[in-house]
Design a protein around this ligand. Sequence first.
Ligand SMILES: Cc1cc2nc3c(=O)[nH]c(=O)nc-3n(C[C@H](O)[C@H](O)[C@H](O)COP(=O)(O)OP(=O)(O)OC[C@H]3O[C@@H](n4cnc5c(N)ncnc54)[C@H](O)[C@@H]3O)c2cc1C
Ligand code: FES
Length: 277
Amino acid sequence: MHSLTPTAIQLIDFYDDGELARHFHFRLMPGADIDQWQKAKTGQYFMLCLPNAGEAPFTFTQLPDEEGNFHGLVRKMGTVTSELFRLEAGQVLGARGPYGVGWPMKKIAGKRVLVVGGGCGLAPLVGVVDELIQQQNYIQLTVVYGARNRQAKMLNRERTRWQQFIPVFNMIENGDTNGDESEYSGTPSDIMPTVLDSFGELPDVVLLAGPEGMMFSLAEYLVAYGVSEHSIYMSVERRMHCGVGTCGHCYAKSKYVCTDGPTFSWDELQQYLPAER
Ligand SMILES: Cc1cc2nc3c(=O)[nH]c(=O)nc-3n(C[C@H](O)[C@H](O)[C@H](O)COP(=O)(O)OP(=O)(O)OC[C@H]3O[C@@H](n4cnc5c(N)ncnc54)[C@H](O)[C@@H]3O)c2cc1C
Ligand code: FES
C-alpha cells in the first residue's frame, strides 16, 4: 500500500518557459527516501502537494538524481498551479510518488523513434528524448512539437539542445514562424507526410503526448499509413485525486489511469475510451 503522506521538498529555482508555463527545480529535503524516488522512470509522475491549495499530478521532466533533485514543467491552470506560481525559491512544499507506468523503454531503445508533443504535452516526453540522446541509443529519433503560436512554445531549452543531435520540427499553428529554420507553419499533422518520408522505413515506435484530439487523430493517421497500433504509445491525462488506485476519480472502464497509465499503447487505450470521442 502506497503512503499518501507527502515528502517534504524544497523549491530550488524556476524560470518562465512559454506562455503561463514555468520550469521548476525541486529537491527532496533531508530525511527523504531518495532510493525510493530514484526508482522513478521516464513517463511516470508525482503528486505535488501545496498546503491550503491541494494536490495535482505532474510529470518529471528530469528524474530524481542521487541528491534528490528533480524537475517539472507546469502550466498555470487553477488552484494548485496558481499557488505554486506564487512560491519563492527556498520555500518548502510536498510531493508524493513516483506513480504510474512510464514509457516502455525496452521497446523504444535502439529503434526508429518518432516523438510528437503538443503544448505542455511535451513534458512527459523530455526524459525519453534526453535518455535516448545521452545513450545514443536509437537508429533514428525525430521530434515534432506543436504550439498555437510562438509565445506558447514551451521547453525551449530542451528543444534547442536536441536540435544539435536530431531533427526537431517546431510547428506553429498560427503561421508566425519568424524565419527560424526549425519552425514550420501548421500543426504536427500537417508535417507528418514529410516526417514519415524522412524515416524511409516506417518508425518502429511512435510516442504521443498532448491534447487528446491531436493524439487520437495522429494515431488514426499513422495506423492508416501502416504503423501498428501496438507501436503507438500515448500519455493521457485524467482528473486524479489519490494517484494510487483507491479513489476512482481517474477510472476508464476497467482501468485506473493513475496506476495502469498514464502511458498506454493505442490498441490498449481504444478499449478504455468511450465509443464517442
Ligand atoms: C498523469 C498526469 C501528468 C500531468 N503532467 C503535467 C505536467 O507535467 N505539466 C502540467 O502543466 N500539467 C500536467 N498535468 C495536468 C495537471 O495535473 C493539471 O493541469 C492540474 O491538476 C491543474 O491543477 P489546478 O489545481 O491548478 O487546476 P484546477 O483548479 O484543478 O483546474 C483548472 C481547470 O483545468 C481543468 N483541469 C485540471 N486538471 C485537468 C486534467 N487532468 N485534464 C483536463 N482538465 C483539467 C479543470 O477542469 C479546470 O477547468 C498532468 C496531469 C496528469 C493526470
Ligand atoms: S486518482 Fe484515485 S483511483 Fe486514480
